[in-house]
Design a protein around this ligand. Structure first.
Ligand SMILES: *[C@@H]1O[C@H](CO)[C@@H](O)[C@H](O)[C@H]1NC(C)=O
Ligand SMILES: *[C@@H]1O[C@H](CO)[C@@H](O)[C@H](O)[C@H]1NC(C)=O
Length: 852
């Protein structure tokens, strides 16, 4: 009897379980609406079935509209069946979804395919969902190009589709989405996605930014939400199919102000949700990667990790930060402060404590009111002044920014930067856009002609490259650059598959097979350097030319941007003191650059840490002069000038004759246009060489290179690394330490012992004076590279005169002592003076005084 009772109970439970499962999934399914607009065909895309809205449907209706399709669609093929059709409207259009009470994500997909008789790019319309205005005066093409210009500047992928996402509560029985074209205009929509959110994704009471723990009510039953940003911090893109709610997560690096302030960390093991009710907040993938503050061991962390976002002014925002402690197994290891728009949002933030352990996924919401005058939202994580230095380290795994509706409105009053009511200027911009379009068509036509006329010749010249040229890639020859080392005529510019760039790349095209032959299939024994970009190999081409081959790490996204930057920069520049690019290889996802081989490696390797013959003072001066000349050329050689951004002794290479050449243009930026005095940009560069002013103000000028070059000058005399954490505190940072010594007149104590007795004291004094000027705190007090160059040449003259004066005499030991003590006899002094005059008579105006 007992046993039977138990069985009955189990069966009862099972029955209940089955029923509840049925109810739950049945409920969710009936409420999901996936619409393939402008089509009578239902299609399967991204694992889901999208119903054609022209076929008779039972649970939704469409009021009107024109069915449009573009069979020549050439976008992402996975989505082709969804995006190649659209519903077009010139009068109001509405979709009514029946029995849809509840919470939903609503996604509207816009892909401006070409419609005969209507220009999708000129569409202008509004969308209203159950009385909530989502967009107004909306122009899809303008919105896409604004988005694209941002994502291109941040180096991430851009796409031609625009997906607007909203979170809404539907209280009525039906869910109605209405589209209204602006007067005399039209609009379109390619797909509509309505995804029910059964569990609580948002709670109503949220911490207020700057409110000292006070909470604000979001009032979500009455308000709608628009997703502005959703990022997988420190990780890669997450596709809709990888998220239970089909959300897409982007990459954060493009929004970071100081990309190298935050190191990416990863942990693929055993991340779990901190609490069962948070499992919908984000997929675990988001929590498996993070960014933490870099450079933790070396210096006190005196900066924030900062992200900057453009938002619509005058709205309320919900900011959701996702955290998961991936590294520390106990509390009090990582404590930080969170600022949103400069206001403290949380103090003493310890993820381990809040999430209840390591590898626990957890999120925190903040509510912020953005004033009508502000269109940016900053999120900053940094040291908490209330805690000890050893634990000031921040962490962030994911980030979402949601805009909350205001008086039934989510539409921004500004449309891609233009105030409403300013139609005249908008149409001018549209016209300008169309004009630019025509111009680019003309340029395209010319390019196509060039391609045709040259491609035949090129093919016959280099038949062996045929197998390396996939059909879609176009080639064109462009202005041949003479470079003594290149014997081949095959200079090519390549067109990148994403779109035409007006600039031309110049260099020889290598096949992967040639590169493999030259490097013995990327033999690790041939590696001569490893950088953020990837490995550098020593190689030998078929004809015996020795080359340096830089192979990008395919995982590095930064790599691609830097690869492009470097090809572009080097294509434009040729100079005796810049490393020249011989060619490149872009095949099978490889990005490879081929440079002239620099026999003597980096300047750094000759200064310290190696077993190489120490450089003489004269050699060091000549190298500094060569490098200065290269930088001077960069700054002044082209109309806008180029800022190197990463001047350091490992980027100064030496050829077989110890001629210095500047290398590594991956971080370079074109200088400011005339009307501006600086370029605003994320801080990049290397610690120890970084201009403090640039770091503080994120404004890049040529003077930032001058600062870094000053550090190089001190490194050259002191022959030690620019950051050496094993030294006493004052001495860790060479730039700071050398400046202290220089001001106290004790630089002699820290110069390279190898130089003792080898230099003219006068020249050293002048040299240190120049370095000191370069390190001036403010850019405007620093000399230009041209001035630095002239002064270094003067220093060399002083030293040569001294060497010459000494050459006649026996360089006995006592003589050396005399020289070191800096008391040259009168004859030498005379010569030095002469040399000085010789330099001063060259006519260069030296604004900098001589550091006396
Ligand atoms: C989730 O659960 C935790 C405790 O387990 C509770 O404190 C929190 O309020 C819950 N959140 C939601 C959104 O229900
Ligand atoms: C971090 O940012 C906040 C807000 O902008 C600022 O007050 C604070 O001084 C910054 N901290 C550091 C170390 O720069």
């Amino acid at each position: 009897m007992k046993v039977q009772g138990l069985e009955l109970e189990i069966m009862g439970l099972l029955f209940l379980f089955v029923i509840s499962m049925f109810v739950r999934t049945g409920e969710a399914e009936s409420k999901t609406f996936l619409i393939n607009c402008g089509s009578n065909a239902s299609v399967n895309v991204d694992g889901r079935r999208w119903l054609g809205d022209s076929a008779p449907q039972t649970n939704f209706t469409v009021s009107s509209g024109i069915v449009a399709s573009d069979s020549s669609f050439n976008g992402d093929l996975a989505y082709a069946s969804l995006y190649r059709t659209a519903r077009l409207f010139t009068q109001s259009l509405n979709y009514t979804f029946k029995g849809a009470t509840g919470n939903y994500f609503l996604r509207l997909h816009f892909y401006p395919i070409s419609f005969p008789a209507y220009n999708a790019n000129e569409s202008l319309f509004s969308v209203v969902a159950n009385g909530l205005k989502l967009v107004s005066e909306f122009n899809v093409a303008g919105e896409i190009s604004a988005k694209r210009s941002h994502s291109e500047s941040s180096g991430s992928n851009s796409s031609a589709v625009l997906i607007k996402e909203y979170f809404l509560t539907v209280n009525a029985a039906d869910f109605v989405i209405e589209f209204f074209p602006a007067k005399g205009s039209s609009g379109f929509v390619n797909a509509i996605e309505i995804v029910p959110v059964v569990d609580t994704l948002f709670v109503d009471l949220v911490n207020k930014v700057g409110g000292n723990g006070a909470k604000s009510s979001l009032d979500l039953s009455k308000r709608g939400i628009e997703t502005m940003y959703r990022l997988n911090v420190g990780g890669s893109d997450i596709k809709a199919s990888q998220d239970e709610l089909q959300r897409m997560w982007g990459v954060d690096s493009g929004y970071m102000l100081t990309a190298n302030a935050g190191a990416e960390i990863k942990n693929r093991s055993s991340v779990t949700y901190a609490s069962d009710n948070q499992t919908l907040a984000a997929p675990l993938l988001v929590y498996e990667t993070a960014r933490s503050m870099s450079n933790t061991q070396v210096l006190e962390k005196m900066f924030n990790m900062s992200w900057k976002f453009e938002v619509d002014p005058g709205f309320d925002y919900l900011i959701r930060l996702h955290f998961c402690e991936l590294e520390f197994g106990k509390a009090n290891q990582r404590i930080f402060r969170i600022y949103i728009n400069n206001q403290t949002s949380a103090d003493h933030f310890d993820v381990f404590v809040r999430a209840g352990g390591k590898n626990k996924a957890y999120y925190q919401d903040y509510f912020d009111v953005v004033s009508p005058k502000i269109s940016t939202l900053w999120i900053q994580l940094g040291p908490d002044p209330g805690t000890g230095a050893s634990v000031t380290d921040a962490l962030l795994n994911g980030l979402e920014i949601f805009k909350l509706s205001k008086n039934g409105n989510l539409a921004s009053t500004e449309t891609f930067g233009l105030k409403e009511g300013n139609k005249a200027s908008r149409s001018r911009i549209l016209w300008a856009g169309i004009g630019a379009g025509i111009a680019s068509i003309a340029i395209l036509a010319v390019l196509v002609m060039l391609i045709f006329s040259f491609s035949k010749r090129w093919r016959s010249e280099r038949a062996d490259a045929k197998n390396s040229s996939p059909g879609w890639r176009l080639f064109f020859l462009c202005g041949a650059i003479t470079n003594g080392t290149d014997k081949e005529k095959g200079y090519l510019g390549i067109q990148n598959p994403v779109g035409f760039t007006a600039t031309t790349r110049v260099g020889r095209w290598f096949t992967l097979a040639e590169i493999k032959a030259a490097t013995n299939c990327f033999d690790d024994n041939l590696v001569i350097g490893i950088g953020g970009f990837g490995k550098v190999y020593k190689g030998k081409m078929e004809d015996g030319t020795r080359v340096a081959i830089k192979r990008a790490n395919p995982q590095s996204e930064q790599g691609l941007a830097e690869f492009e930057a470097e090809i572009e920069m080097l294509s434009r520049l040729r100079h005796r003191h810049l490393v020249s690019l011989i060619g490149f290889c872009e095949e099978q996802n490889e990005m490879i650059l081929v440079y002239e081989y620099m026999e003597n490696g980096t300047l750094r390797s000759h200064l310290f840490g190696g077993k190489l013959q120490p450089l003489s003072w004269k050699q060091r001066l000549e190298i500094c002069i060569g490098a200065a000349r290269g930088l001077h050329y960069l700054h002044t050689g082209s109309e806008r000038g180029i800022i190197h951004r990463d001047v350091k002794t490992t980027n100064i290479l030496l050829d077989e004759n110890f001629v210095a050449k500047i290398s590594d243009f991956g971080l370079s930026k074109a200088g400011p246009a005339l009307e501006h005095t600086h370029v605003s940009t994320a801080v990049k560069g290397s610690f120890g060489y970084l201009d403090p002013e640039y770091f503080r103000r994120q404004q890049l000028t040529e003077k930032s290179d001058v600062y870094s070059f000053g550090v190089v000058l001190f490194e050259v005399v002191c022959a030690r690394s620019v950051i050496n954490p094993s030294l006493p505190r004052d001495e860790i940072n060479l730039a700071e330490w050398a400046m202290i010594c220089q001001r106290q007149g004790s630089l002699g104590n820290i110069i390279d012992p190898q130089l003792q007795g080898q230099y003219s004291p006068e020249s050293l004094k002048k040299f240190a004076g120049i370095a000191e000027k370069c390190l001036a705190d403010e850019g405007k007090s620093r000399p230009t590279m041209g001035e630095v160059l002239w002064h270094l040449e003067y220093v060399l003259q002083l030293h040569e005169a001294w060497l010459h004066a000494n050459a006649g005499e026996n360089s006995s030991c006592s003589n050396h002592m005399l020289q070191v003590n800096g008391t040259p006899d009168e004859g030498k002094a005379e010569e030095v003076q002469q040399a000085a005059r010789a330099v001063e008579n060259t006519g260069s105006s030296l604004k900098m005084n001589d550091g006396e």
